[in-house]
Design a protein around this ligand. Structure first.
Ligand code: HEM
Length: 405
């Protein structure tokens, strides 16, 4: 096939199911690829993707330039979305990013996240207790989806019964932020998602201000009121970000991890035989088929990469899952090796925007996978194929049939 037929379109069902052969070809033949489907650059080599994440010539602030060129009804539809999303630290450059991240970091630190081990274990046990043996189980729907959601709700001290509303709003917002498709009504959906989440958190913040607790929201309010460095909208936006960033990515880590084990029975047995491998196993699940498919940036200043000229304003996707299997960086990259060391994958990003929730995601995966193996002597594929989500920024299964014994 000539270079001209080589094209990346994340909405292609075959690419959705298994993007890795295409990623290898892009790395070899067109590492800085222009995707007509995305109207963006698609970078697949490890060193280039790491540069995308950390380079000052790339900005995460892609929403405001996009919004600035919108007109009429679309602009109006997205006003409420922009009001909050433009305040998310993940879309900001310094100095705003530094200020937001510093304040959140005072509350959302390693110590606070480690204190979640008991609550996370409780949620894991509650969900695993409910799984039947010898009958079809959908791992994605019955465990991988609810687990991180309940954990994040516990962190925010929100009743689990509020989850259906929060999930529906979050999904509406995702149709705008991370989708590979230009759905006709995605702007209207994004508006209702942003308005729903913002309204919910505004009410919650007022209630916690009146009656503070020990939860993340109460501690953010206290830090904010003491330091006075965060506006009320920024507080609302940060709660939305934590809810949004904190559940779906981890869902896909848990789904993809079990899928990887089912398709590699030798590695499943290896982990059973040596449970002390669990920490390196989680790192390998993150690398081998991780949930963050791409990180997005906009070119801040003209520059060249691998001989291609990128112009200010161009959109760029650093394909994390491709980078994580780059043979220039990893030995035998296509193999799942639960004892792999070193394993410097890029799944949590790199540099200033490195994921703030990484310790929590690791904890959830470690507890969930180890307890799954302890409880069930046999874990096998069920009837039916896994269903992969239709998204560019993320990779994961929305249905994964399994059977347990
Ligand atoms: C397996 C699970 C997760 C993955 C793969 C993941 C991945 C990422 C990535 C790649 C970034 C950087 C994005 C960029 O550079 O544009 C990021 C940022 C972030 N993540 Fe996560 N994440 C996960 C779980 C979580 C959880 C559980 C939370 C919170 C409870 C969280 C909160 C955040 C926040 C607040 C940021 C923004 C950091 C910044 O901009 O400085 N993430 N995450």
């Amino acid at each position: 096939m000539t270079l001209s037929c080589l094209t990346y379109d994340p909405a292609d069902p075959e690419v959705r199911r298994n993007p890795f052969p295409l990623y290898t070809r892009l790395q070899d033949e067109d590492p800085v690829h222009w995707s007509p489907a995305l109207r963006a650059w698609v970078l697949t080599r490890y060193d280039d993707v790491r540069q995308v994440a950390m380079s000052e010539s790339m900005s995460p602030d892609r929403l405001r330039p996009f919004y600035a060129q919108l007109k009429g009804e679309r602009r109006e539809l997205l006003a409420e979305v922009m009001r909050y999303l433009s305040l998310w630290m993940v879309f900001r450059d310094p100095p705003e990013h530094t200020r937001l991240r510093r304040l959140v970091g005072t509350v959302f630190n390693l110590k606070a996240l480690e204190a979640l081990a008991d609550p996370v274990t409780r949620v894991v046990d509650q969900l695993l207790d409910a799984l039947p043996t010898g009958q079809p189980v959908d791992w994605a729907r019955q465990v991988a989806m609810p687990l991180p959601a309940y954990v994040i709700l516990d962190l925010l001290a929100i009743p689990h019964s509020d989850f259906p509303d929060l999930k529906a709003w979050s999904d509406d917002l995702r149709a705008f932020i991370g989708s590979a498709r230009a759905d006709g009504d995605r702007y209207a959906r994004a508006r209702s998602g942003a308005a729903g989440l913002a309204g919910y958190f505004r009410t919650l913040i007022a209630a916690r201000r009146a009656k503070p607790g020990e939860d993340f929201v109460s501690r953010m309010i206290a830090a904010r009121d003491e330091q006075g460095t965060l506006s009320e909208d920024e507080l609302v936006a940060t709660c939305m970000l934590v809810l949004f960033a904190g559940h779906e990515t981890t869902t896909h880590l848990l789904g993809n991890a079990v899928h990887a084990l089912l398709t590699h029975p030798d590695q499943l047995q290896r982990l059973r035989d040596d449970p002390s491998l669990i920490d390196s196993a989680v790192e390998e699940f993150l690398r081998y088929d991780g949930p963050s498919n791409a990180i997005a940036r906009v070119v801040a200043a003209d520059h060249a990469i691998e001989g291609r000229q990128l112009k200010a304003g161009d959109r760029v996707f650093g394909m994390v899952n491709a980078a994580n299997r780059d043979p220039r960086r990893f030995d035998a990259p296509q193999a799942l090796d639960l004892a792999r060391n070193p394993n410097r994958h890029l799944t949590f990003g790199f540099g200033l925007h490195f994921c703030m929730g990484a310790p929590l995601a690791r904890l959830e995966a470690k507890l969930c996978i180890s307890r799954l193996l302890q409880r069930f002597g046999r874990i096998e594929r069920g009837v039916g194929e896994p269903e992969w989500i239709d998204a560019l920024a993320m990779r994961g299964v929305c249905s994964l049939p399994i059977q347990l014994n």
